[in-house]
Design a protein around this ligand. Structure first.
Ligand code: SF4
Ligand code: SF4
Length: 369
């Protein structure tokens, strides 16, 4: 496959293919939604580090999620997926065992399940998330016992019992969403000014001072991530100034921190290790091990998102473990980069143009006396 074709579709290592010599290994996120507690610390850390304006403070009225979605001033967004009985029954009919993460609770913990209800569990992937064997043992034993996460923070037995207990009539899932840093990034492909570039880490970064606000990238992102900032954002500065109005904005995977050898702010802050950062290869391996573990426990709804290098965007730098279908989280089930067929389109247009030229020549010559 030629250089140009590799830029648009198929397998590629994006940083070397973008011209970086001696690029470091590609970096990425692994967001494990099965251990997210919806605390939104990642959202806040992202806002603080990147000095993003407030979007305004409000409640939607029909959801606990008060930030709505990713946008020009929300580069990490924790979605609260709130499912009612109908959706739960539909999923149960498929024979899959559902996971309910439960809402963080105030007050006395729920009754723990009986020891016989505890499944036999394989060990957790090293250094990642809580070991569910310990957590379920805690849940079955002392009702208020606390267990430490390897990455810091604590989980109560009540939170753990939500994983093993029968499903309630209503369930919550949480998922911290972010730019996917696609292998084939539609936003990058269509940007006419070079404001979007592929970093040496294989990520996709916006340069606000180069963007002319044309908005081509907005329509070219199959995930609806990138957005131009409007002045409806509420600045945190006393003079009310909103920076970069009209300019495309999205997660940079904390490019400034990466160049300094640091971890992105969201991954650094997440108290449950739900957001991991590292080389993409490590992240995909970790994600696969975690899915295998959940499947062994019977949570067969767990699945990977973004780890398939042969999908319509060549795989993503940000991979996810989901506990339901992608659509449930507002993610496209089969994303395709809109420029994937560009070479074919130009070829077809070229052939059509040559055909028209030939027809015109024949018509012209045929009319000569
Ligand atoms: S998710 Fe959208 S904004 Fe992010 S790299 Fe992919 S195409 Fe660009
Ligand atoms: S990903 Fe981590 S920091 Fe973000 S809401 Fe979930 S548990 Fe909290």
């Amino acid at each position: 496959m030629g250089y140009l074709a590799r830029q648009l579709a198929g397998r590629t290592d994006p940083a070397p293919d973008a011209g970086w010599e001696e690029a470091p290994e590609r970096k990425g996120f692994f967001t494990d939604t099965s251990i997210c507690i919806g605390c939104k610390a990642c959202e806040v850390a992202c806002k603080e580090w990147n000095a993003l304006p407030l979007d305004g403070l409000g409640l939607s009225g029909n959801s606990y999620d008060n930030t709505g979605g990713l946008g020009a001033s929300t580069w990490r967004h924790v979605a609260f997926v709130e499912q009612s009985k109908d959706r739960i029954l539909e999923a149960r009919a498929s024979g899959r065992r559902l996971v309910d993460l439960g809402m963080p609770q105030v007050g006395a913990p729920s009754p723990a399940p009986s020891p016989s209800a505890t499944p036999s569990l394989p060990p957790a992937p090293e250094g990642h998330g809580p070991d569910l064997r310990d957590l379920l043992a805690a849940a079955n034993g002392a009702g208020t016992e606390e267990t430490a996460y390897p990455g810091g923070g604590e989980v109560t037995a009540a939170e753990v019992s939500a994983m093993g207990a029968p499903l309630p009539d209503f369930r919550w899932l949480m998922a911290s969403d972010v730019c996917k840093h696609c292998t084939h990034a539609g936003c990058l492909d269509v940007c006419p000014t070079g404001a979007l570039f592929r970093s040496e880490h294989g990520t996709v970064v916006v340069q606000a001072d180069v963007c002319n606000g044309c908005g081509y990238c907005v329509g070219a992102c199959p995930f609806g991530v990138i957005e131009r900032r409007t002045d409806s954002a509420v600045s945190v500065r006393a003079d009310g100034h909103v920076p970069d109005v009209g300019v495309a904005q999205k997660c940079t995977l904390c490019y400034d921190r990466l160049t300094d050898g640091q971890t992105p702010a969201c991954a650094q802050t997440c108290p449950t290790t739900s957001i991991r950062f590292g080389t993409r290869e490590e992240m995909v391996a970790l994600a696969r091990a975690r899915v295998a573990q959940l499947h062994e426990q019977g949570f067969t709804e767990a699945r990977l998102y973004g780890a398939n290098d042969d999908d319509g965007v060549g795989g993503t730098g940000s991979v996810f473990l989901l506990l339901d279908e992608p659509e449930v989280y507002g993610l496209p089930p089969d994303p395709v980069v809109p420029t994937a067929r560009l070479a074919e389109m130009f070829r077809t247009a070229g052939i059509a143009g040559l055909g028209l030229l030939g027809a015109a020549a024949v018509a012209f010559l045929g009319r000569r006396p």
